[in-house]
Design a binder for this molecule. Sequence first.
Ligand SMILES: [Zn+2]
Ligand SMILES: [Zn+2]
Length: 124
Amino acid sequence: MLFDTNIGAAVKCKHCGRLVVRDISLFDLTGNRMHEERCECGKTVMRIKSSDCKTFRIFINCIACDKEHLFVFKSRQVLSEKVKILGCPTSRLDIAFIGNRTLVREVAVKQQKDLQELINVLEL
Ligand SMILES: [Zn+2]
Ligand SMILES: [Zn+2]
């Protein structure tokens, strides 16, 4: 089986509220440099760092409490298991999710649909 080295990550932008969905290649993370992902509005939504491709650190700009939260994961675990929801430790709100990129996209589409439905309900 071909080992997929792309992680899917979805983060809600704290500046504009958009759900930013990105594929991140583990190979791009090598070299111990900080990898930054930006929202379409131009603001950084997450920063990722990995020193050996086996584990990585992801810094999320929290939409709920305005701080940056650090989460540490094992790459293999993230790629093989179900989508992980990252919650804000202060507010307990879901701020991001990561995992297998196909699953992340499915969850992202569903979340956006739910959000749209909620907006539709509120506008009635
Ligand atoms: Zn934004
Ligand atoms: Zn937070």
